[in-house]
Design a protein around this ligand. Structure first.
Ligand code: ADP
Length: 303
């Protein structure tokens, strides 16, 4: 449904933001492009939407050539930008209604689709709130509503949950799933989110894809190690457990620092520790994708 061949974008100042990218998103797929800031994700998305002309390469979406005929995909590709846009003096309901009326919907059909969309994004109770009254998370849901109200077969999302609080993140994902687009492409720098929701992932760095595969493989490749720092009521019990399970840890007085290869293991061990002693302090640090990618490059695996 999306097909990209040898896509390159060099900005006028000489920055090569995308370099020879080739990939496809097939029917039924939710594909994530993951990479640290500056990797070239937004540049890719803007080209897919026909907002930015590639320096070279081909883009086909829904059998249309986006480079030569960008207007052909209008209304058939739903897009949610990274930064949540606010429409301060319009209510949530009015914004969705406006988008649908531009598409020619009127009267009862319009009202019905507005209500359906509000339900999809979980803002039925907030229909009358004005833009200036919305949190970032709600504003992002409104943008998602604007994108999915027309039932687009393809959805393109730039960091769909950036700046969204944890509770609403789940809501955003429910809405994306409920939209039932035939293909979804999203950019993200949250590997945990991608692992949970994508069927396939491309890891991007310096404008190139350096790895591609199912999300668990990519997550393993970037090895997001997690560090737990804790202080326990009974440090002796904790030390015994850590030695027995062969975890990598250091102890300074009462303070333990334990390193796990991934977050899931860290949380499981934390639960076990809690069974044997009360904890006075816990700090969990899952390093950023930037750190993981740097480590990956350092090991020379990305070559
Ligand atoms: P990401 O979305 O992964 O953070 P971007 O596509 O925004 O990455 O940026 C990729 C590279 O292109 C960065 O080095 C960025 O500074 C550069 N870049 C982005 N937009 C422009 C522009 N309009 N002109 C020149 N360089 C740009």
């Amino acid at each position: 449904m999306i097909e990209v061949v040898d896509l390159t974008k060099v900005y006028p100042n000489g920055t090569r933001a995308n370099a020879g990218l080739s990939f496809a998103v097939h029917e039924g797929e939710v594909v994530g492009v993951i990479g640290p800031n500056g990797a070239g994700k937004t540049t890719l998305i803007r080209q897919l939407l026909g907002l930015l002309k590639p320096t070279s390469g081909r883009i086909r979406i829904l059998d249309c050539d986006v480079v030569s005929h960008p207007h052909m995909i209008k209304g058939r590709v739903g897009y949610v930008p990274q930064a949540p846009g606010f429409y301060p003096s319009l209510t949530v309901e009015e914004v969705i209604s406006f988008v649908l009326s531009l598409k020619g919907l009127r009267g009862a059909a319009l009202r019905e689709r507005v209500m359906e969309t509000l339900t999809l994004i979980g803002l039925e109770q907030s229909a009358r709130l004005f833009g200036y009254q919305l949190s970032y998370g709600m504003a992002k849901l409104v943008l998602l509503g604007m994108a999915i109200c027309q039932n687009p077969p393809v959805l393109i999302l730039d960091e769909p949950t950036a700046m969204v609080d944890i509770e609403r993140k789940e809501r955003v994902w429910q809405a994306i799933t409920a939209a039932r687009a035939r293909a979804v492409l999203l950019a993200s720098h949250d590997i945990h989110e991608v692992r949970e929701h994508c069927t396939r992932v491309y890891l991007m760095l310096g404008g190139k894809f350096i790895a591609e595969g199912p999300p668990h493989e990519i997550a393993a490749l970037t090895r997001l190690s997690t560090v737990i720092t804790l202080v326990a009521e009974n440090p002796q019990r904790v030390e015994e457990m850590l030695v027995k399970s062969g975890d990598m840890f250091s102890r300074k007085g009462e303070v333990f620092e334990i390193i796990f290869p991934e977050l899931g293991m860290a949380l499981a061990r934390l639960e076990q520790i809690r069974q044997v002693t009360a904890l006075r302090y816990i700090y969990v640090e899952a390093p950023s994708l930037e750190k993981a990618v740097k480590a990956l490059l350092w090991e020379g695996r990305a070559q």
